[in-house]
Design a protein around this ligand. Structure first.
Ligand code: S3P
Length: 175
């Protein structure tokens, strides 16, 4: 048993799908944003505003290193949308387990996150353009995942079921 790591852009459903997946396969759900907020005792928005994005990125890397050192196992981990952008983090999540990218279109993201003020990187004049640009830039990093799920038209349960199928396939392909 190792971990399942869910990656993807903001609003792709990592948290909801991750919770469903964890229930289905009997793993424990964790999310990097939530763990950082708990450890820091402040919100992601406050961390960005007070210490800047790079400090937040260093916290993400430190968290992954700690999970590896602790030999964490049996977790479904939802990651912050920017986490796989750092090459070091991509290496760390591969070592932690199977990486699954939940891919969604910019328009899907926009519909899901508009009006949400908790994501500092999307507090701008034209969020849809920002989303399109960031997705284009980040796609190569996301696409290094072991599996890619096109999640635009899937319910969280359907996406979780699809991931479960991929994991079964991976299991049998190995044996
Ligand atoms: C970020 C995504 C957020 C959070 C932070 C930065 C990003 O997580 O880590 O606001 O750079 O894409 P979610 O993907 O869970 O919204």
């Amino acid at each position: 048993m190792k971990n399942i790591i869910l990656t993807g852009y903001m609003g792709c459903g990592k948290t909801t799908v991750g919770q469903r997946l964890a229930e289905r396969i009997g793993y424990v759900f964790a999310d990097t944003d939530g763990l950082i907020e708990k450890e820091q005792g402040r919100s992601i928005s406050d961390i960005f505003a007070q210490d800047g994005e790079q400090t937040f990125r260093a916290m993400e890397t430190a968290l992954l290193n700690k999970a590896l050192c602790d030999g964490k196992d049996g977790l479904v981990i939802a990651t912050g949308g920017g986490l796989p952008v750092r090459a070091e983090n991509r290496e760390l999540i591969k070592r932690l387990g199977t990486v699954v990218y939940l891919r969604v279109k910019p328009e899907t993201v926009y519909e899901r996150v508009k009006g949400d003020t908790s994501r500092p990187l999307l507090q701008c004049e034209n969020p849809l353009e920002r989303i399109k640009g960031m997705l284009l830039q980040r796609s190569p990093a996301y696409e290094t995942a072991d599996f890619i799920i096109d999640a635009d038209s899937l319910s969280p349960e359907e996406a979780a079921a699809e991931i479960e199928e991929c994991l079964k396939w991976k299991g049998s392909a190995k044996s």
